[in-house]
Design a protein around this ligand. Sequence first.
Ligand code: SF4
Length: 390
Amino acid sequence: MKKSLYLNNIQLKAELDRCLGCSSKPCKIACPIKCDPHYFIKKAKENNFKEAATSIYQQNPLGKICGLVCPEHLCMKACIRGKIDFPINIPKVQATIIEKANIKDPIKSTNKIHSQAHIAIIGAGPAGISAAITFAQHGISSTLFEAEPNIGGAINLIPEDRLPKQVIKEEFSYFSNAELIHILTHKKITNPQALLKKGFSHIIITTGEDKPHLLNIMGEEFCIPYQDYLKSPKTYSHFNKIAIIGGGNVAADCALTAKKLGTKEIDIFIRRRSCDMRLSPHQQLELIQEEISINPLCSPVEILQDKNKFSLRVILNKVTESTFKSNPNETHLYTNFDAVIRATGAKSSIQKYDENIFYAGDCKNGSSSVVEALSDGKQVALKIIKSLLK
Ligand code: SF4
């Protein structure tokens, strides 16, 4: 059954009515970008969806995207209602409010300052976008340099059924033509320092995790990187049986995307136990419901190709009192795959931090959610703005 992205009127009313209106606002405190569910739920209850949505956008320029993709361990984990029965589905309420409000031009200027500063932002993922919008709201111009053909970074890898491309297009349209935000795509910057000589006053690097975690095994060249798979999944819709190496979010996204594309057999291989997978309860349940097979305690050591088919040789690990042991002689060969997807995540390629350059988002903090990267981009921009006021 196709899941709805938004709540219907009855579901929305039920969620709004369940909110206790806690004066201590734990939901706001837990939100990385300080959206205020207590307030926007109150306004939605009063049928004032425009004000509710405006308050969300005041804090979060990608309010609908975050409503659709925010993880459960932030505001929902803090929600007091969870101590009584189950938490308010705050992200889904947020996305539904914005959908209903239908406001055009939601991103407003805040306190404009007089400054000749022009900021170079390298990387147009969530942290870079958020920094550029924060500068524009304060009357400061910036240029976003993006190596890829499109802005959005890791947002573009989120599967369509969780985050439709139309929603990305809609929210990006609110800022992509803004006078103070210049966007240059297909523009890889190899020497950030050189931008200072070209007249930029500050540089922020927000290039995310751009370097794949390699398996360093024989036959690795046969793998499809998860970024390629998730960027254009339809290219791979002819596969009947696939192996996915990795046990995190991107592995789950690849598996669920493959299922929706019609791939019949999907095998996930993880080094540790299933209970060690870094997934939300919701994601774990989805993998079970979609009949995705998880092969725990398997360390891949070799990928073999035979015409159009691939085999995966793994070492079978053993766990004793939470320590993992592997015996290189205990191996098993899984065969007959149409493809092997490497979904072991990525890391930042930045080796050394430069004192004259600011960093934000996943390249600085490691892998995080969209809202955490947005928040960090905003914080770094505000720090620069503060320094301009001195
Ligand atoms: S913590 Fe939960 S119940 Fe309390 S105000 Fe926030 S959303 Fe409502």
